[in-house]
Design a protein around this ligand. Sequence first.
Ligand code: SF4
Ligand code: SF4
Length: 411
Amino acid sequence: MNGGLALEILGGRMAIRVAWTRAEIVDAVEALFVHHAARLPDHRDARIVVKPNLNNDLVGLTGNSVDLRVLWAVLASLGRRGFTDVTVADGPNVGIDRRRINVAQRLKVDAVARAHGARLVDLNRDPGREVPLTGGARVRVATTVLDAECLISLPKVKTHAWAVLSSALKNHIGVVVGQDKRRVHQALAPNIVALHDAVRTHLVVLDGVVGMEGNGPGDGDPFRLGIVAASDHPLLNDLAVCRLVDLPWPEVPCLPFALGRGWLTPAEVEAVGREVPTVYSIRRAPPLPRLAVLAEHRALRPVRRLARPLVHRPLLAQGLYRLGVLQDHYDLRDSTFSLVRRLAERCGSCHRCEDVCPEGRTREQIGLEPGACLDCLYCWLVCPHDALEVSGEAGSLARQIARYRPILARI
Ligand code: SF4
Ligand code: SF4
C-alpha cells in the first residue's frame, strides 16, 4: 500500500489507513473517528472505556503492547469531541498480575491517561461480575467494562504461540479479572468467543503500526506494518488482519468459532478476502516445544500450582525461558531510566526520535528539560547514533534493551 492510502471495506464497516510516524498516526486516527462517528455515544458524559492491549511490560515499540502514539491519538480524538468520562482500562496477563507489577506505570500508559484527563483502571483489581464460559465454567469480568456505555478496543497485530494470532478477539481476555484468566485458557478459542457474547465492543481501533512476529506474544520480533484501522466488529478486524499479514484465517482457532456465531455472513467473509490486500508476510510462531505442551497438560494442573512460587526465582525462570517452557520472565525492579539530554555532536538529524515521540516533540525539544516528558524512552530506543543520554537504573528494561534495541534501531 502507498503512504496515506485510505481503504474502506464492506461498505465502510472497516476503514484502513497507512501510518508510521506520530504525525501520520494522529491524522489517521482522527480520520477514522470521523469515519466512524456513528459508533460513538451521542451524549458527551457517556461512560467510555478505552481498552488497550497491555499484555505485559514490553514497551509498545516491541509490538507487544499498545503503541503510546496510538493511545495518545485516540484519547486526543475523544477529547476533541468533548467526551468527559473516559477510562483507560486493561488487566495484564496472569504472570504480571501474580507478581503485582504495575504495567501501566512501566509502559507510561498512566502518564498518557493523565495528560488527557482520563481515568486509569487496572481490571485485575476490579471486583467483577461472573459470566459463563463454555462447559459450565464461570469467570469474573470487570464491572468497568460491563457497565461501559461505549467500549473501544485497541488491539495489536501479534503472533501467538497458542492462539496463532492476537488481535481484537484475543484482546478481550484482558477484561477478565486477575487469575480467572487461567480458566479462559482451558478452552481458549470457544471461551474467547463466549467473552465477546458477554461484553460488546462498540469500536475497534487497530494499532497495527508495529506488529510482533515469530515467538509472540512475549518473545517475538517487532516488524513494521504501518497501519491503523477502525471497524465495527472484532471478527471483521481479525479477518482483515489475517489478510493484511498473509495468515489463512482458518488456522486461527478462535475465528471458525466466531464465524459459527453468525457475526459475519459467508459472503462478507469472502468480501474481506477480496477487498483487503496482503501487505506483509508474517513469520508465524514456531511450534511449541514438547516440554511447554507437557507443562500445560490438564493432568499437571496441581503440580503447576505447587511449582508456581519456584518459577518466580530468577535463575529457574531463566532456565525455563532458555528451554522454551516460558516465553517471558519478569524483573521485579522497576526501571528508573529517565531522558536527560540530546548530544548535539552525535545527532545525525535523522528525525527518528520525532517520528516515535507520543507527545509530538521536535528533535530540538527532545531532552531539552529532564523530567518534562512522559519518559517513555521511545526516542532513545530508536536513535541509531546513541545521541540521547539517559540516567538511572535500567531495572526491568535491561532485558528489553538487550533483546529489542538493536532491532528497533533498524525498523
Ligand atoms: S534519532 Fe538520534 S540521531 Fe536521529 S535526530 Fe533523534 S537524536 Fe538525532
Ligand atoms: S521525548 Fe522521548 S522519552 Fe520523552 S515522551 Fe518523547 S519519546 Fe518519550
